[in-house]
Design a protein around this ligand. Structure first.
Ligand SMILES: [Zn+2]
Length: 393
């Protein structure tokens, strides 16, 4: 039994924080949560004093590409690297992500199923990193967004077979491309790609296998197509309108905004070696992207945190920056924290295990210096991360 005490507790549920809290860990689980004096801690093998610090659930990032490096041109680099090199980089990226306070990620497109192997290596204790839900090869139309790392499918039958084969390979999530995007040359973020019928076929297969689905969807038509096809989350959601937000609310579809992705492309620009087409497209969409986030927030769309870490200069381990941007664009710090904990766990279907600090849940925890409700950027000041009750040094 291990006792953490003296800290501010933000439990992830959105409830008022608790001062001078006590959290008891046993094995890989949280055993008890309360105020100082309420809980018997006399049998504790270890008491850790965390005065002046804040304890939160480990963050959950719903959109990461752990195999890709956040260099100027991640896709070209991944295409050049051998699979072994990609795997070493992915392992390094995973360790950085965990040390940055993220204890669970959903990978949204890897290379040659290295994401699946890394997930298993971490679960077996071979590599250090967060829990991973992996999507394997994303499904895209021929020449569609992400084709370099994905699986090209045309027509409902191929989409169905693509989903079945990815599920056979062991994915946790089926990722489907509903529109173009900025990192693939020659495709437009605003234009629809896979059709409703193609996406519906893939989603049917995912649902039959009990898997969740996510759609890269930037343009409005593609966003609505993905919702009509039955998708669980809209990734990016660059061109939302009120009708799309209402459709998302009515169908319990989450938005994973990835505000950090365009931020770093525009902030670093061409000088940093980011391809011209990516910078030009991002400059065109960033304002609309942020306005769509504000609209979704105002209308009450469910929002789960995702960074798109691996997009140029969107670094693995700097995932907290997404929360800073969500606050900058109108969320309270508490709303941003809930999006990165409880809401993210709900989207991933893991809310019985992670996402809040409650007895019976996994002891996936983040300790930071200071109070993130006063300044969200203190999430960068990681004091300690616990994954399954174990301190990550
Ligand atoms: Zn992505």
């Amino acid at each position: 039994m291990k006792v953490l005490q003296g800290m501010l507790l933000i439990d992830g549920s959105g409830k008022e924080p608790l001062e001078n809290a006590v959290v008891v860990l046993e094995g890989d689980k949280i055993k008890a949560v309360g105020k100082a004096g309420e809980i018997d801690t006399s049998r504790a093998a270890e008491v850790i004093d965390l005065a002046g610090k804040t304890l939160l659930p480990g963050l959950i990032d719903c959109h990461v590409h752990i195999c890709l490096d956040p260099v100027g041109d991640p896709f070209a680099t991944a295409a050049r690297d051998s699979d072994a090199t990609t795997a070493f980089k992915a392992a390094r990226n995973a360790a950085r992500t965990l040390r940055g306070g993220v204890t669970t990620i959903r990978d949204m497109g890897g290379k040659n199923h290295i994401d699946l192997n890394l997930r298993d290596a971490i679960a077996q204790g071979i590599a250090l990193g967060p829990r991973i839900l992996a999507s394997g090869k994303l499904l895209t139309m021929t020449g569609g967004h992400g084709w370099m790392v994905g699986r090209e499918v045309d027509g409902p039958d191929e989409a169905r077979k693509g989903a079945r084969e990815e599920i056979k390979a062991g994915v946790d999530v089926v990722k489907i491309m509903a529109t173009g995007g900025v990192m693939t040359p020659g495709v437009e973020p605003g234009s629809p790609q896979l059709t409703v019928e193609e996406m519906r076929a893939a989603i049917e297969e995912a649902k039959k296998a009990g898997k969740i689905t996510a759609s890269h969807a930037q343009g409005l038509t593609g966003i609505k197509n993905a919702i009509r096809a039955g998708i669980d989350s809209i990734e990016h959601g660059v061109y939302l309108d009120e009708e799309a937000c209402e459709m998302m609310i009515d169908n319990n579809v989450y938005l994973v905004p990835t505000l950090a992705a365009p931020y770093w492309i525009v902030a670093k620009g061409r000088e940093a070696g980011i391809p011209e087409y990516a910078v030009a497209k991002t400059e065109k969409v960033i304002e609309t992207h942020y306005a769509s986030f504000r609209l979704a927030l105002k209308m009450g769309v469910k929002i789960a945190m995702g960074t798109d870490a691996s997009i140029p200069f969107n670094e693995h381990g700097k995932n907290y920056y997404e929360l800073k941007l969500m606050v900058q664009e109108g969320m309270t710090p508490m709303q941003a924290i809930v999006a990165a904990t409880k809401s993210a766990a709900e989207l991933l279907g893991l809310s019985n295990e992670i996402g809040t600090i409650e007895p019976g849940k996994q002891a996936d925890l983040l300790v930071v210096e200071g109070n993130p409700l006063e300044d969200i950027e203190v999430l960068a000041n990681v004091h300690q991360v616990y994954k399954g009750g174990k301190a990550i040094s």
